[in-house]
Design a binder for this molecule. Structure first.
Ligand code: SF4
Length: 921
């Protein structure tokens, strides 16, 4: 026995009892009374905490919890838009924990920094990696779809099945019957490109996601000619007036909400506009408990007040917007140069110059030779009516867009707006006055307002406010939409990797349209007396929207990765019983068993976020950082890159074995030699690994010039430049990124038909449907009493983390519908009751939570719950259906053309209404 052990032995149970008794006695003696300082001398000896004692091994065990063998930088790609850099700690071949990396370089000492970024979901991803939901092996369905009966397969068997079916479809049914769905390239572009490259080389149809999820704000392509452009979140700090409109940043922008709240210390006021008193409203200086679906009328009422009270920035409006452009009073079409001159252009527009008293061409129109919007001595009239002589000698009356806007806004009186929104008139006036005088001012825009059917009109009305007040293109100002992580900063490199032969050689498809047409979905409403099917046929016939497969054929194979199509699909039960039933093969590539995986035929296990190499960017900040392999993919899983590589190899192998001749794809005059597929897919053997793919993107984009994947493992890097073809502002040292400085400071034309922020759309359908200008339209009429609100929540990112043990413990552990106490009382409902939520589409059964912060007349269920996670019946999408807005089907109008995830009908879901009753369970 060692000396140490002998010493330890002295510390026996008897010693302990003796010492404890002495201590108690010492505390009991008069010297230890409360009045006198305790005498501790009696404790010296056995109570010395530094002396040795037995069983110290446990201390070492405890210390080892905080030891590790290696640390790898990674992140999460669940479409949270967070893009937070994390360190993953590995010990003995096990990922043990993660920690926020907190080393984003600071932009400027004048701005709060991005450190540390993260949320509670990211902080428990390690547990997900090892959870029972984790997919370990390839699976092939043995029961009915969704029944949960599977058998384990080898990779070779599963890939052979999938490869054979895809090839069979190409040769026997056409390449456009193979359909591919994945989402948000920005969050992991290498994984995205793995599948998009395969779709590209085999002629498959690639589906959109941003419009389908209704995250695309259609007002931006219409008004600004961009997909979405927003300032990075550090720029919120520069604002003096922040309007949280349909955006609950405390819940949905967890890593960035602090910038808005810190802005208050920099002199900002915060306005929160939301039907429910939510966790962001608690930070607001002014809170509007608005009636659901009335945001548009509030915006237009405020626009009227801004104009009536001379609170608009007139020089800005004249130079940067289409409001001074001339419109023919008779036809309501823009006055074009072609109207005035025999050889004039259709895409050059006109202003009334008050100095020359005549119509002159507006600089910077799409067809204009001048690539500037600088007015160069022209002083356009904003108001009034004028007479012009046309090329054929006739004289006609013209007026300005601004004059027409004033007439449109005249109906939105304070009384009317107050009554419809449920807001006090004096507070609406206060809002207008502050918005017009506190500079810079910004709207932070969210899904709360974007998910409505008339989202384009709502967007345009909001954008009008920040344009009238001259806030767009300025730090701290603008309309900033953060829903979905839509754009890859190193875009040029990404597109080359995603579609190597060019986007013109890729079949793209708007998913809302595809899902509607290929299912039994039916929108019962009429638009201007016509059903939506009429508008769809016209749009497809005119070549405005593509519809694959062509000629009435049905899609046959559906490959989904990095997404949960069926969980997110509006009317998913309608789709399940029609579109889904018609598919011969559904393949899901996933790291966890979700609803889409459960309803698939073949499930291929993918590496989790901590087991692969990729890169990650977001609109919320101007940095890039990596995914890293903390471990090789667990169990039999593979990275997305390796899975699609293996699938390409298997297809090439089968094509050779079957002696398939090259398939001539007439649509692109492309001879597709499938025996060479793997060779093509790997860039002729130059991009074999995911790290090579990441480096390919980095090397081919100005934003990431001279960066390598390995450097990103050291720390996040800020982008060094922006590609002027793709972006509308530069990256500037020491300044937070905000868009449209090129237009404001360099006078570059806007990317629209008129070259200006375009609030007037003179397309025939917009004129017919009364939407040429921003206007207010009521939500789609539905006969039930309660709005069905399904927002993004705090405890999951869509369906990811919905089934995480730790997250379920922070709620009631299952799907809940929130209801105002008054609505519950009227229906005799108690908190925690099982309730049946129903409408004419379907129903679901779940628990009720009574919430005083909810708006009467509306109920809320945070979205993403998988159907199998605690519903007694149905699911949150059982009550929804696809509604397509006719105006979102147009194309070939200057800047408004179909483009994947840029322009196409959105899959809105806020206009749905329901009733609730106590359920019999
Ligand atoms: S889940 Fe998203 S927001 Fe949360 S830590 Fe990860 S990247 Fe950040």
């Amino acid at each position: 026995m060692s000396d140490k052990d002998q010493t330890n032995e002295k510390w026996s149970r008897r010693n302990f009892i003796q010492t404890a008794a002495m201590t108690a006695a010492a505390l009991a003696i008069p010297g230890c009374s409360r009045k006198e300082k305790p005498v501790l001398t009696t404790l010296v000896g056995d109570f010395d905490p530094l002396r040795s004692y037995p069983y110290r091994g446990w201390e070492d065990f405890y210390r080892k919890i905080w030891t590790w063998d290696k640390v790898v930088r990674s992140t999460h790609s669940a479409n949270c838009t967070g893009s937070c850099s994390w360190k993953v700690y590995v010990r003995n071949g096990v990922m043990v924990r993660e920690e926020q990396a907190a080393d984003y370089p600071r932009i400027s000492q004048d701005l709060p920094d991005y450190n540390p970024r993260g949320c509670q979901k990211g902080g428990c991803f390690v547990e997900y990696v090892y959870s029972p939901q984790r997919l370990r092996y390839p699976l092939i369905r043995t029961g009915e779809r969704g029944e949960g009966k599977w058998r384990r397969a080898t990779w070779d068997e599963a890939l052979t099945l999938v490869a054979g079916k895809l090839l069979d479809n190409v040769y026997n049914h056409g390449p456009d019957t193979n359909t591919f769905f994945s989402v948000i390239p920005a969050m992991s572009p290498v994984s995205f490109c793995a599948g998009s490259r395969l779709a590209h080389y085999i002629g498959g149809v690639f589906l959109s996601f941003y419009d389908w999820y209704c995250d695309l704000p259609p007002g931006e392509p219409l008004t600004w000619g961009v997909q979405t452009e927003a300032c990075e979140c550090a720029d919120w700090f520069n604002s003096k007036y922040i309007v949280l409109w349909g955006s609950n940043i405390s819940q949905t922008r967890i890593p960035d909400a602090h910038f808005a709240y810190e802005a208050r210390y920099n002199g900002a006021k915060i306005v929160c506009i939301s039907p429910d008193y939510n966790s962001s409203a608690t930070h607001a200086d002014l809170y509007f408990r608005i009636n659901p679906g009335t945001d548009g009328i509030l915006a237009l009422g405020v626009a009227k007040l801004l104009i009536d009270q001379n609170l608009i920035d007139v020089p800005y409006v004249k130079e940067q917007t289409d409001l001074p452009l001339l419109v023919l009073s008779g036809t309501k079409r823009f006055l074009r140069q072609s109207d005035l001159q025999a050889k004039g252009k259709e895409d050059v527009f006109c202003l009334w110059d008050t100095r020359q008293q005549r119509a002159v061409p507006a600089p910077g129109s799409m067809g204009s030779d001048q690539k500037t919007i600088q007015l160069n001595g022209v002083d356009p009239a904003l108001t009034g009516g004028f007479t012009v002589t046309l090329a054929d000698g006739k004289t006609v009356e013209v007026t300005t867009v601004f004059e027409m806007l004033k007439k449109e806004l005249a109906q939105y009186t304070l009384d009317k707006v107050g009554a419809r929104t449920g807001l006090p008139a004096h507070e609406i006036e206060l809002f207008a006055r502050e918005l017009g005088t506190r500079k810079p001012a910004m709207i932070i825009h969210g899904a709360g307002t974007n998910h409505w059917f008339h989202n384009d009109l709502i967007n345009r009305s909001f954008m009008l406010l920040v344009a009238l007040t001259g806030n767009v293109g300025k730090n701290g100002g603008g309309f900033n939409h953060y829903v979905g992580q839509e754009r890859v900063w190193p875009e040029h490199g990404f597109f080359q990797l995603a579609y190597p032969e060019g986007r013109k050689k890729q079949r793209f498809q708007n998913t809302t349209l595809w899902s509607y047409v290929h299912s039994t979905s039916k929108d019962p409403h009429l638009y201007n007396g016509k059903p939506i099917d009429w508008y769809i046929q016209e749009s497809v016939k005119n070549g405005w929207m593509p519809l694959w497969p062509k000629g009435g054929r049905k899609p046959r194979a559906f490959v989904v990765w990095r997404a949960n199509y069926l969980n997110q699909a509006k009317g998913n039960e309608i789709l399940e019983s029609s579109l889904w039933r018609d598919l011969d093969l559904i393949v899901d590539i996933n790291y966890r068993m979700d609803t889409t995986a459960l309803y698939s035929d073949v499930v291929l296990p993918a590496a989790s976020y901590y087991e692969k190499v990729d890169i990650n960017t977001t609109d919320c900040h101007s940095y890039i950082h990596p995914f890293g392999k903390a471990l090789e993919p667990l169990f039999e899983s593979k990275t997305d890159w390796d899975i699609f590589h293996a699938l390409a190899e298997k297809m090439a192998e089968l094509a050779a074995k079957k002696g398939l001749k090259p398939f001539h794809d007439d649509a692109f005059d492309w001879n597709r030699d499938f025996t060479q597929l793997a060779h093509d897919w790997t860039g002729k053997g130059t991009i074999l690994t995911d790290e090579q793919a990441a480096n390919f993107i980095l090397a081919n984009a100005p934003e990431t010039k001279d960066m390598t994947y390995q450097q990103l493992q050291e720390k996040p890097r800020r982008f060094v430049a922006t590609d002027p073809e793709a972006w509308n502002s530069d990256i500037e040292d020491g300044i937070a990124y905000t868009p449209f400085k090129h237009q404001l400071e360099k006078k570059r034309p806007w990317r629209t038909l008129t070259g200006r922020q375009q609030f007037y759309i003179d397309h025939p359908w917009y004129l017919e449907l009364g939407e040429a200008l921003p206007t207010f339209k009521e939500p789609v009429p539905e006969k039930y009493p309660l709005y069905w609100n399904t927002p993004h929540g705090r405890w999951s990112i869509h369906s990811t983390w919905r089934d995480h043990r730790a997250m379920l413990r922070l709620q009631r552990g299952g799907p809940i519908v929130y209801m105002h106490p008054e609505d519950a009382r009227k229906r005799g409902l108690q908190d925690n009751d099982w309730v049946r939520i129903y409408n004419n589409i379907g129903h679901c059964v779940c628990r009720l939570q009574i919430l005083p912060g909810e708006k009467p007349g509306r109920v809320t269920m945070y979205h993403g719950w998988e159907k199998y996670l605690g519903f007694q019946q149905g699911g949150w999408q059982s009550l929804t259906y696809i509604k397509i807005k006719p105006t979102q089907l147009i194309g070939k109008y200057g800047h408004v053309n179909f483009r994947l995830n840029y322009w196409g009908p959105t899959g809105n879901n806020r206009d749905i209404k329901v009733e609730i009753e106590k359920a019999k369970v």
